[in-house]
Design a binder for this molecule. Structure first.
Ligand code: TXA
Ligand code: MG
Length: 320
């Protein structure tokens, strides 16, 4: 079904809110680029974002908020972070911050990292939507994987029109370039992606900012680097058909093999979006010292399965 076209009217915003609360995907304008929005607190909605984009991997996503005061609900903000937020939000700046222990943003949105990326967009329509929905909205740029970011509703319709519930048309984006991503989770502020706010402007306010090496700047913090951060403490054994003594099983599909000490489900119905949504949480639940290891059933390599397998292979790879 083609995406519904929505505009700035109160009824249309209400419709977008209803869709987002129900776990559907709604593309919306920001001052940088159009975002492909989904409820950041729902692992299923976040998994659907990855599926719609056709992303081969789970890149961590930015969660969008209506107001900077809301950031403290999800992340730890030190003095420096509070200052930067007060000064540059709303605006084209994304801050990578330590995730609060009780953070309601789905683990999948942060690709299992212990940080969250937050942004308060400076766009009247985006603000109205975020304010009305009352939840953080995860949104990568609303393009298919490997394409450039969309700056009009028509760009979004061309690439994603048959894969999402609605598109809110707010006209062309004022900035047309993605937000600057600044990592404040480490000791020194680090630029992860140059973007809508020049780094010099940020430095004038907060002092020196580390730049990644020039090759990394072109491909801001490669997913591979990020993904190597996440691995369970227990050894992971892929494509398992039978149980080894003391192993837990990560199961996919209706008929798991028997003999395992415990079963954690990715998806009983063999649904890849559900499996993706459950992946990080299920691994965490099974990562307990009472088990000898975690065996994982074969996951088909199609659709989101490729991303799930990519993550599982990294988690199963020999540790550095
Ligand atoms: O302007 C923008 O930032 C747009 C609008 C929609 O907000 N969004 C956007 O999202 O460009 P996306 O997913 O295409 O890019 C997000 C960037 C990626 O480079 C990702 O690696 C980085 O943010 N990122 C997100 N969370 C991160 C985290 N926890 N740690 C490090 N990098 C993170
Ligand atoms: Mg993008």
């Amino acid at each position: 079904m083609p995406a519904i076209e929505l505009s700035a009217g109160a009824d249309d915003i209400e419709e977008a809110v209803r869709l987002l609360r129900g776990g559907a995907l709604v593309a919306f304008p920001t001052e940088t680029v159009y975002g492909l929005g989904g409820d950041a607190t729902s692992a299923r909605a976040v998994a659907a974002i990855f599926a719609a984009k056709g992303r081969p991997r789970f890149n961590p996503l930015i969660s969008h908020l209506a107001a900077s005061e809301q950031a403290a609900e999800f992340a730890e903000l030190d003095e420096r972070a509070r200052e930067i937020a007060a000064r540059f939000w709303p605006g084209p700046l994304t801050l990578v911050l330590p995730r609060r222990r009780d953070c309601a943003i789905a683990l999948l949105a942060g690709a299992g990292l212990d940080t969250v990326a937050l942004r308060v967009p400076a766009h009247a329509l985006a603000h109205a939507l975020l304010n009305a929905v009352g939840r953080p909205i995860a949104a990568p740029s609303a393009n298919r994987s490997g394409r450039v970011s969309p700056t009009t509703a028509a760009h979004v319709r061309d690439e994603l029109g048959d894969r999402i519930a609605a598109i809110i048309d707010g006209g062309p984006c004022a900035i047309g370039l993605e937000s600057t991503v600044l990592d404040l989770a480490g000791l020194r502020p680090t630029l992860l992606r140059p973007g809508g706010i020049p780094v010099e402007t940020l430095e004038a306010a907060i002092g020196p900012i580390d730049r990644p090496p020039s090759d990394a700047a072109a491909a801001p913090r490669a997913p591979g680097m990020l993904e190597s951060h996440y691995a369970p403490a227990l050894p992971l054994r892929l494509d398992a058909l039978t149980a080894l003594p003391g192993e837990a099983l990560l199961a996919f599909g209706a008929e798991p093999p028997s003999g395992f000490a415990e079963i954690g489900w990715l998806s009983r119905s063999g649904d890849l979006a559900e499996a993706a949504a459950n992946l990080f949480a299920a691994l965490r639940v099974l990562d307990r010292p009472e088990f000898s290891g975690i065996a994982v059933m074969l996951i088909p390599e199609r659709g989101l399965g490729a991303a799930i397998n990519d993550r599982l292979r990294r988690a199963a790879a020999p540790r550095q």
